[in-house]
Design a binder for this molecule. Structure first.
Ligand code: S3P
Length: 440
């Protein structure tokens, strides 16, 4: 375990390319592996989570290579053509990777064993096994419905019609991916809209995906067996990664920093709306469409923030951004209330507990509830000086290193390695921008 200390600095600046979107990178590799012919992917996130998905698809028969110019080439096996993996598939820390793959495998006549690291092995998988069992796939899990999990894919899969009980793009996607190799119409209803990358990218690969906005929510349907045509995919920058340097700039006096090519899909952009409501000086420049998604260069300048109440309906569009929002809230004047966040308890860590403990260790007054947090902002300099346990969670690690940039005393995290799951260049980028991060 390598600790990392973040010291206060006088300003962050520069213009930086945003690493590829993690959600879209996983999906591009999976769908490429199901198309016959060559899919070419640019901007793929080369973080550990996505590399685990690439290895998984290789283990199931796809040919995947990276050329020296950073373009990834995937030769797929066709829907229904996945090969039985010879050994257990290790998904590391990646909840998205394993849950989506369980969906894919459920309707293929193969057996696959999935394992993961300590954090992933504690996360709930019943949420995907429950609907997928109705395809007639069989699952054997460790205690509590956790990894390791063996999936015996259905030989004659049945189509699903499933209402997702919690807002989860992973559950929605697992069901849709199972539908690809299933005769008949697979349909998912979600009460609250979650990120729509699976739907959009399936269409990009030529699948007829129907999306209906009904009073009960969004209904997404597709009819299998589907055929995927190979495609070119340009992965835009990940707003969930851009969030860290941008908030660092907003809270650190003297800063002016731009992250380029950031995905601004409204189902992912809730943090930016919230930061603006808090008074952050954010501008979206050069808005354009890249790879079928809206992107912008986002410029952030130091701003005096005020506390806000984040509406619960906004949670799905910023579900991964609450740790970094809590850091902004700690620096704001007044109280920030966040609610409707029960899902944060089952992310890479229990993020409500991890954020509350980390903020308290740094002199910030915070109250933790069953499904929310109230942060009492310092209205200026946060005392800092704390030691933060990150619980193997990359976003907790980055959030508290960001706090260190603007706190009166250095902030130290217990472990920096997990940052590589989603943002391998985080420390290099931040250092170039002017942050003072010391490993060891
Ligand atoms: C993701 C969905 C979200 C999010 C995760 C990525 C995806 O998880 O937290 O980081 O790519 O579908 P849930 O589906 O559990 O909300």
């Amino acid at each position: 375990m390598t600790q990392c200390r973040s010291n206060s600095v006088s300003g962050l600046s520069g213009r930086f390319a945003t690493p590829g979107d993690k959600s879209m990178s996983h999906r591009a590799l999976m769908l490429g592996a199901l198309a016959v012919g060559e899919t070419r992917i640019s901007g793929l996130l080369e973080g550990a989570d996505v590399l685990a998905t690439a290895d998984a698809m290789r283990a199931m028969g796809a040919q995947i290579e990276r050329s020296p110019d950073g373009i990834w080439s995937v030769h797929g096996v066709g829907v229904g053509g996945l090969r039985e993996p010879a050994s257990a598939i290790d998904m590391g820390n990646s909840g998205t990777g394993v849950r989506l793959l369980m969906g894919l495998v459920a309707s293929q006549p193969i057996r696959a064993v999935f394992v993961g690291d300590e954090s992933l092995s504690r996360r709930p998988m019943e949420r995907v096994m429950k609907p997928l069992r109705q395809t007639t796939a069989q699952f054997t899990a460790a205690e509590g419905g956790c990894l390791p999990i063996t999936v015996e894919g259905a030989i004659n899969p049945l189509p699903l019609d499933y209402e997702v009980p919690v807002p989860s793009a992973q559950v929605k996607s697992a069901v849709l991916l199972a539908g690809l190799n299933t005769p008949g119409t697979t349909s998912v209803l979600e009460r609250e809209a979650t990120r729509d990358h699976t739907e959009n990218m399936l269409r990009h690969f030529g699948v007829d995906v129907q999306v209906e906005d009904a009073s009960a929510g969004r209904r997404i349907s597709l009819t299998g067996p589907a055929e995927l045509s190979p495609a070119s995919v340009a992965v835009p920058g990940d707003p969930s990664s851009a969030a860290f340097p941008l908030v660092a700039a907003v809270i650190t006096p003297g800063s002016d920093l731009t992250m380029t090519g950031v995905l601004i899909n409204p189902l992912r952009a809730g943090l930016f709306d919230t930061l603006r409501e808090m008074g952050a000086d954010l501008s979206f420049d050069n808005e354009r469409v890249e790879g079928g998604e809206k992107v912008a260069d986002i410029r952030a300048r130091f701003s005096r923030l005020k506390g806000v109440t984040v509406p619960a309906y906004r949670a799905p569009s910023m579900i991964d951004e609450f740790p970094i929002l809590a850091i902004a809230a700690a620096c704001a004047e007044g109280t920030t209330e966040m609610d409707g966040l029960a899902e944060l308890r089952v992310k890479e860590s229990d993020r409500l507990a991890a954020v509350a403990t980390g903020l308290s260790a740094n002199g910030v007054r915070v109250e933790e509830f069953e499904a929310g947090l109230t942060v009492h902002g310092a209205g200026g300099l946060v005392p800092g000086g704390g030691f933060v346990e990150t619980f193997m969670d990359h976003r907790i690690a980055m959030a508290f290193l960001v706090l260190g940039c603007a706190a009166a005393n250095p902030v130290t995290i217990d472990e920096a390695e997990m940052i590589a799951t989603s943002f391998p260049d985080f420390e290099a980028l931040m250092t170039k921008a002017g942050a003072s991060l010391e490993r060891g």
